[in-house]
Write a protein that binds this ligand. Structure first.
Ligand code: BG6
Length: 499
């Protein structure tokens, strides 16, 4: 967990893609929140690197505007804004220009702590600055950037690199990218970010499962009927059309976020979470990915739905066959989950902005209330990642009053905002702090990324081979009707609206 009083050595935090959407919407607001809580190590600099011709002052203006747009109003504090912008620098860099790289080198090289304003001088502190290179650019550039950093001597054992997803566009290209980065950085220095793992409710899933006793005995195919994972968005592709049209929903969301969520639901208890056991959780997640039943050939046609919202082409400015919606049925082939379907669904321009995991349990084995009014509904655990992070356990209760037993659906509700005074940190804020601390537990290991690609790739191949276009759905709906049919075939329905 984040320790507010931990003293860290200063960082040089370089963001490649420093004027991009991700940097301005997520990374800088995440760093700002750390600044507000006074968690940024003294002497830390943030260096935006991009092709945009901007000096430091221009970058400070740009970032200040972005913070006003993307930080909660009641978190905007003049002091914190001032402190953060004072740390900002911008370097205009053309990736092919040796001169520009030399300028980056000039900015980053040899910065002894003793010369840093505000740096702590405790005897335990090492004199070296922690260099963090955040690659918020397309993964085709990762190799070149790492090579240049290496050529310039900017990669030391203390240095870390953060990779944004998607890493590659399929298994082969992801291997190439990982190889290229791996020639320069050791695996322990590589932080592959999946911001879903930084969400409080996602981490809490581990605690709910493993710090309590009531769930584990029924968390298996004997009692669980099926699992639904939904990440629904109301927004379209916005300004990211270029990237998104090359990726599509399967690569953009399923290969990483949704499969990671599936892993956390399905994995076996690791022996230990926290401390130095960075690999315990990652080892268990990997086993789940490797146990996913492969979807290949015509089975892909039966088990997946590919959709596109009707105004997608207009948003892009040209027609396209890229999917903006995916629903699929997966199975984890192991003792615990044999025969339990995991239904995954994600899409843009849907009716609701909602990310949930629904664990739907089986009906009670014997109907004990045949003469009562009402029916039993299967127990269900809803884990709400957004909005209103929390958890609900759906039960059947007795409606109060005389006149026989009347069955009524009811729920136990744990909403974070009502239960805890502290606000949940934004995922990037939490994860960037972990990078600074050098804690990789919530980041994806190379073998996980490749196992996920290995499962996703045959789906992409079959979609390509069949040449079938995505089914269209209207913005503001729950997506294509085919997604309903996917569950209806198994006698099930999607749980719409978790509250
Ligand atoms: C990103 C995807 O990783 O996650 C985006 O690239 C998507 O397309 C976003 O909108 C969703 O994240 P969140 O946290 O808003 O659900």
């Amino acid at each position: 967990m984040t320790a507010p009083d931990l003293v860290l050595p200063p960082c040089d935090f370089t963001v490649f893609g420093g004027t991009g959407d991700l940097a301005l919407r997520k990374l800088l607001p995440g760093l700002y929140e750390q600044e507000r809580r006074r968690q940024l190590p003294a002497g830390t600099r943030i260096i935006g690197v991009s092709r945009t011709p901007l000096d430091d002052a221009g970058y400070r203006d740009l970032v200040t505007h972005a913070l006003f747009d993307h930080v909660a109003e009641d978190h905007l504090e003049a002091g914190a804004l001032h402190r953060l912008t004072a740390r900002l620098h911008h370097l205009t860099l053309d990736i092919d220009s040796a001169e520009d790289w030399d300028r980056l080198h000039g900015l980053l090289k040899d910065r002894p702590v003793s010369r840093l304003a505000g740096a702590r001088t405790s005897t335990t502190e090492t004199a070296e600055v922690t260099r963090i290179h955040y690659l918020a650019v397309g993964s085709d550039l990762f190799g070149t950037i790492c090579d240049r950093l290496d050529d310039l001597g900017l990669v030391t054992p203390r240095c870390r690199v953060v990779l944004e997803k998607p890493i590659g566009a399929d298994l082969a290209s992801s291997r190439q990218v990982n190889d290229a980065v791996g020639r320069v950085f050791e695996e322990r220095q590589i932080f592959r970010i999946d911001h879903y793992l930084g969400k409080e409710s996602v981490q809490n899933l581990l605690v709910t499962r493993f710090a309590n006793v009531f769930l584990e005995p029924i968390w298996n195919s004997r009692w669980v009927d099926h699992v639904q994972i939904t990440v629904a968005e109301t927004l379209g592709v916005g300004e990211r059309g270029d990237y998104y049209d090359r990726a599509g929903a399967l690569r953009d969301m399923v290969q990483n976020h949704l499969l990671q969520l599936l892993c956390l639901v399905a994995m076996e208890p690791p022996s230990y979470v926290g401390g130095d056991a960075h690999d315990a959780v990652r080892d268990e997640k990997l086993k789940v990915l490797r146990a996913l039943a492969p979807l290949t050939g015509t089975e892909v046609d039966r088990a997946t739905v590919r959709g596109q919202y009707t105004s997608y082409g207009a948003d892009l400015g040209h027609p396209s066959t890229t999917e903006t919606f995916v629903a699929l049925r997966a199975e984890v082939q192991n003792w615990r989950w044999s025969g339990v379907p995991f239904y995954l669904r994600t899409g843009k321009r849907l009716a609701r902005q909602e990310s949930t995991i629904e664990v739907v349990f089986k009906e009670p084995p014997h109907a004990m209330f045949p003469d009562s009014e009402g029916v039993t509904t299967p127990n269900r655990l809803t884990i709400r990642m957004q909005p209103d992070e929390g958890m609900q356990l759906h039960l059947t209760a007795k409606h109060p009053g005389p006149g026989g037993i009347r069955l009524h659906p009811a729920s136990l509700d744990l909403t974070w905002a009502d239960t805890f005074d502290e606000r949940s940190p934004e995922p990037y804020e939490r994860l960037l702090r972990d990078v600074m601390r050098g804690v990789p537990t919530l980041f994806m290991r190379r073998d996980e990324v490749e196992a996920a690609w290995g499962w996703v790739e045959p789906i992409l191949e079959q979609w390509r081979a069949s040449g079938v276009e995505p089914v269209r759905y209207h913005p503001g709906t729950d997506g294509p009707a085919a997604a309903e049919r996917l569950l209806a075939r198994d006698g099930r329905t999607w749980q719409e609206g978790s509250r």
